[in-house]
Design a protein around this ligand. Sequence first.
Ligand code: ZN
Length: 427
Amino acid sequence: MMRPDLQAFRQMRERETASLEQLSDIVATASARIALHAFDNSPFYRELYSGAGFSRDDVVDAANFSQLPVVTKDLLRSAGDAVLAQNVAPARALSSQTGGSTGAPLHIRNDAAAPTAAMWWRIYRWWGIHPADDMAFIYRRVRQGKEALLYAAQWWPSRHFLLDARAVTEESIQSFIAQWQRVEPRLLVAYVEGATAVAAHLERTNRTLATTAVSVTAAMLQPGQRELLERAFGAPVFDTYRSAEIPWIAAECSAHQGLHVAADQRRVEIVDATGHPLADGVEGSVVVTDFSNEVFPLVRYEMGDRSRTIEGACACGLAFPRIDPVQGRVADIIRTPSGKQITGGLSGLFLESPGAIRQMQIVQHADLSITLRYVVANPDASGEAVALAVDKLRRILGAEVPITPVAVESIESAAGKARLVISEVRS
Ligand SMILES: [Zn+2]
């Protein structure tokens, strides 16, 4: 069962030291290959590309890839099973669903033949973690029945235990901590919100749980949260970018200067509103292509997130390109009475004082007024930090928008995902 994954793992490791030229060849070839597979075998893609004026020969040409139409969740939802590649055995389709927190859920299929385990192994290795190490998870339970058995077999003989991120209570945290003390895991893999809840509990009870690395996903990691997690677990925190549709897209390395895209497995493009790639450093919409899902091809798939590419080589020596941590949802827009739209730059409000505020959320009400909700980490420093943040926000929005800071106990999240911006404005 493991042999194909081991082979893929070896190849992935070789590619980490590829030259930029070799890597760009790998990306171009893989992009054209999966686009052609989609065109040849998925009725949805055939119609989409033909309708946009692309012939089979156009799709074969790697130079045309970034002109192919972007695929949205809405398009996939209405296409239904027409997305499925008709030449792939149905047994390879693993059903999954995207979260419903930002719209209607989408039924997608992961490819059982994709070397997903090797993708984990590779990224864990960047963090000093071996696949056989014991691990703790704060996650949604996603595998059931046959898939759960398959998963357990993949991981044998290491020990894994889980805190269900949808049911975090005092009792479940207590039993998670007890399991932790028995197993002493080397890695914690968690939704940001779930990990924050456990870390806050540890801090309240004056305890820490030691480990080697903490990996977080599914929400924006705010500076105060990173600091809290590093303190509670005595380990570096590694931000990752992944989703139910496309696992393992990008991850932080030990340099913690952006997330490396696993470029031999996924292509990440940052594009403008018309789907055209933007220059390095310019914030735009994240579009991802999965090279290894042949069941339910995802080619130039719009994630609904915003980020930017980072120029230059990373200190760690990995050849893979980097992106900024995701800056929030494309839908998270704040408006001013004069019609200005603010789509970014909001995550840095408390950047100068990460120890003072744990987390924040900006709520814009129907009358355009703003409530800045925040969770206090250090009561002695929070007053000043909030005044500074309100001041910054006022400079971004102008004096016409009233801003009210409100301290809260916690910030609600749907299935472990808290949103930075909530807009009640009808657009
Ligand atoms: Zn690096």
